[in-house]
Design a binder for this molecule. Structure first.
Ligand code: G4P
Ligand code: NA
Ligand code: NA
Length: 194
């Protein structure tokens, strides 16, 4: 998506370890009219999908998912990260490995808010190794809901999360796919939608 690529080139900052900071407009300070345009684009790409619920994971997915959801007219439900739990059967639960933070955490979602009648669109800010997304997909599977796909703002194409999900047959729509980064440049994979 050209608007997003231009914004990343203008305001994104490349940090050591292949980290792209976009916190001036996407996941710390949030540019609402701009993110609203991203929401419109997700709606365009998933116009044919009968989505009933948008699913994300705390923290930085939530605000983005809310702006996206306005274009789908459906609720947002977000999975919570928990350190330890008392499992009481009321929660879907899975474990997610974070490579960035070098730890494993539990991810939980109340069974009240996702069921076999739902058609789910997963939304998140970043897709790197895909561990967070795999965890959300396990929760969707456990609920019996239909996974319609995943909408990602920034995919790091040089990590294999996105491509391995596509190989599994998951519909992954990333608005920008970064192929490589240096201190002063970011290059993107060609976008079939532009
Ligand atoms: P993965 O889920 O795709 O496997 O990624 P990984 O474990 O490597 O990432 C852990 C966290 O770092 C995730 O956020 C992810 O969104 C974020 N992340 C990964 N690469 C980048 C990057 O280049 N730039 C930025 N800004 N973030 C990146 P989190 O810590 O789990 O959640 P949140 O609380 O920040 O939402
Ligand atoms: Na993040
Ligand atoms: Na995130």
């Amino acid at each position: 998506m050209q608007l997003l690529e231009e914004r990343i080139r203008k305001d994104g900052i490349v940090k050591p370890g292949n980290i792209l900071k976009v916190d001036s407009f996407l996941n710390h300070q949030m540019d609402i009219p701009f993110i609203n345009e991203l929401g419109k684009e997700f709606k365009r790409r998933f116009a044919d999908a009968p989505i009933t619920k948008i699913l994300t994971i705390e923290a930085s997915g939530i605000g983005i998912a809310c702006l996206v959801a306005q274009h789908f007219n459906v609720p947002v439900v977000f999975a919570k990260k928990a350190q330890s739990l008392n499992l009481d059967g009321e929660m879907y639960c899975t474990k997610v490995q974070s490579f960035t933070h070098k730890r494993v955490y539990d991810v939980i979602l109340s069974k009240k808010f996702l069921s076999a009648e739902d058609h789910v669109l997963i939304i998140d800010d970043f897709l790197a190794n895909g561990c967070a997304l795999q965890g959300l997909m396990e929760i969707v599977k456990e609920s019996g809901a239909v996974l319609e796909g995943a909408g990602i703002v920034v995919e790091k194409g040089f990590q294999n999360g996105g491509d391995s999900l596509r190989e599994q047959g998951i519909r992954v729509e990333s608005l920008a796919i970064v192929d490589s980064m240096t201190d002063d440049s970011v290059s993107f994979r060609k976008d079939e939608w532009d």
